[in-house]
Design a protein. Sequence first.
Lengths: 822, 245
Amino acid sequence: MKQIFWTFVTLLSHWRRRPGNFFALFVGLAIATALWSGVQALNAQARKSYDRAASVFSGGGAQSLVPTSGATIPQELFVKLRLAGWKVSPALEATVLVRGTPFQLIGVEPLTLPRGGQLGGLVDGGDFSAFFAPPGQVIAPPEVLRDLGAKDGDRIALDTGKSLPPLRSSAQAPPGLLTVDIGVAQTLLGRPGQMSRLILRQPPDNDAPSLASVVGNALRLLPAGEEEADLKRLTESFHLNLTAFGLLAFLVGLFIVHAAFGLAFEQRLGMVRTLRAVGVSTRALAAALFGEVALLALVAGGFGVAAGFWLASALLPNVAASLDALYGARVAGGLTLDPTWLLSGLGIALVGALVAAAGGLAKALRLPILAAAQPFAWRQAQQVFMRRRAWLALLAFGAAFAAYLWGDSLYTGFAALAGLLFGAALLLPVLLSAALRLGESFSSAPLVNWFWADSRQQLPGLALALTALLLAFATNVGVGGMVEGFRQTFAHWLDERLAAEVYYEAAGAPEARRIEAWLATRPEVLAVLPSARTSVRLSGWPTEIFGMTPHETFRAHFPMIDQAPDAWEALQRGDGALISEQLARRLKLGLGSSLDLPTASGIWRVKVGGVFPDYGNPRGQARIDIDALTRHWPDAPRVSYGLRVAPQETPRLIAAMQAEFGEKIVRIADQAAIKKISTRIFEHTFAVTTALNTLTLVVSAIALLASLTTLGDTRLAQVAPVWASGVSRRRLAQLEFLRVLALTAATAVLAVPLGLGLSWCLVAVVNVQAFGWRLPFEIFPWQWAEILALALLTAAIASIAPILRFVRTTPAQLARIFANER
Amino acid sequence: MTDAATRDDARKPAQVEAPLLRVSRLNKSYPTPQGPVAVLKGVDLTLARGESVALMGESGSGKSTLLHLVGGLDQADDGEIVIDGVDVTWLSDTGRAALRRETLAVVFQQFNLIPSLNLQANVAFQARLAGRFDPAWTDELIHRLKLQDLLERYPEQLSGGQQQRAAIGRALAVRPRLLLADEPTGNLDEATADDFMALALDVVAATGCAFLMVTHSERLAARLQRQVRLSAGQVRLSAGVINQP
């Protein structure tokens, strides 16, 4: 133990003498851990919220009856079931808007609510009478009150103008939900006598009549865990994408750690030889080295985990907004600290550090005590190493291609991406070395020749940092291209898709008919385009059936990927459907395929006449004629409308409609407002991507700085002979600067094709697998110019300190190199 | 025991009946692209307790290799190395580490101090590793080697002579039975080398250990009790004379 202790203390003394190295290692590991554990915290928080949300109705083992099709259950069915002895409790769920922010409202019936579940517990614990006695009560978790900017007892107005009952905060309330009495909910939502589900208080008695005998096919028993599984399946791709980014950032961070450890081991080879020479056994040395790596990993990892928590807290609002808007998944506003996450963060830091240090550790442990410097052997070894790298790179590219060719899942998509990045990372030093060798062969002037040869000798020390930069630049080109491409495609798609100038939703069917009649009298209204929707499951996948009018507006504007010549005619006849790209891919359907739609009265077969892009929709969608929809799903409310109006008349018409119908219109917005909301959803999503992307770039810049700083220590001995031969320090410093600039610029140039490959892989493979839609592949040369400029700036900033140090080296210090004093 | 008495003991002829070190028929070759090159060819050597011997020879004669094999830094092809009655020729890595740590100590031409430790920690280092750290003895060594004003300095802040004095301090702090030195003055000028040798022989005598030193310098070799000359991997001449320091 004494041996291990003193060896350990001696190894640690290295860092005290080289704080720059320690800083690079610490920052690298801390940032890598922070990015990884931050992403994990976001995912864990989201999953925890899903579980809590899913257990709102299923808690305590309760099951639900939901409509087979359509959105609501009429009161009569509830009454029939109760009379038949089924112990059910009604509930009504809907999204309400408060100052434009969506909140989930749930109406429950406290007297019949099952005990034990989240909702049952809520009512049990609270003031029972206050909950349903007028004016009632809204129970919500503290974060919802915070989001609302309200406190206990406050009454909040919905965007429809109606007021919620007084708020009551409860930590036990389901995340993001406003819970009210069902009567209050029906009034607030303008859906008297309607409910969205019936909660089964207990399984039906054996002698109770069967569900079908009471309500026919109108209701179905929701299998346990189906809702939870739906939410998880819908959001899985989002979380997987987030994890992939976290992993990429973690790997780039590990490059720094690898570089810092590698250089530390390199600098300590003499020390290790001395330790071995004075009697430290390999075993003791191994124990001390492992102990050192573990200690550094735990200290830096600890900081990293704390920083990750902070990062996740900062990104959570954007992630929550994206998840809510894209999938309707509510994530609690505040991040909670979980010991498992804390330990796994430290664990990943430890594993990462050990992986990053493995090469150095192995080298230190295998080091012969008497190994002499053999520059020629080293060069030969380098050549063999380069050849091996080239072969491994080819293998990685081959694996990526194979994953693309034969893979059919998001995992193989990421495998293709990883193979591409890994191959490029392996190939970079080989390409740079070849370029430097080429430069060397063309130069004859001695200083220029030395410059090329010396750059080649520097390459192994800089290779890791340059590789980290390559990955960061390529990710920026690739992800930047994908995001920009998406932004442009999405904007164009929205322009076409949102062809109507005004969109509104009536409070109910009678109101809708009255408004329609009123609109018919308005000369500025060019067309009224009603729509209705209902939900079904196709091959277990939640799918929306959307009824629309095959009006000229849609025929001219509705964006399509592919369509049969008679697509719109077939739709109008009622035997054709347009399906979303997601649905087409998921069910492997194409033009002319048959699609079986489950209706309350049986299967209805339609023919696919067209496939349309439906960006951002996690569910499938089939569009049919609105009258056909009403025939097959009579319960589907026909309350949503689009209006064609002369654009200059839009504000006046909206004002007139609001004045005329007030609360009878649940929501109304013009085209621009809807576009703004839709665009904001994606800005939230990409804010997270951009933040991780930028951090990856920062991490790689630190990697370069760390490598240059640590290399600076050994540079003196390499540069001193050139200085002694009559080259000024200023000239040498200029050459040093030029070298870093040139190598970084070359890396940035190589990052462009890699980034394009990455971008293509993202739009053509990963996006398709993750979301079911494919974007057009576009290139943005101005982004490349930005990256190149950024690369040169990074190189300049990173090389300033080491070069200034070199310029400040006194002639006496340089002369000491030859005095053999060290 | 006084210093003078210790010095006298050190100058006594080797005790042939109980040698501290016995090297018999030692062979060592190194692989090269042109085939193996024999560096040591059946070398025999003995060293009595407390005896000081200079190992000489032209470059490439095998003297450093012999020192490294005795010091457990490398392994022989065949032959036998016995130190203090223990055959150390085929010890495992751990066994050889223990040998270097506890029985003998090595001083190198390149000083090989640990750059991140100050002089005081460097001198105490091996003794601490071996669990034999004796503050009083270490302090005495530091004073004998005239290092007391440099204790807080790091190796890079020391001259070559100072570094080599620290290196021998580190070697002797563990009170080894055999001290090996591989051209310890090779990087020092003549005056510094002379000063170093005087101090080194003084502390070696104070420790009472045997001393085997590789050197090119006839002048310095003459200050040791015996000179052994290697040529082309074989012992050509062993001069068993007592030299005056």
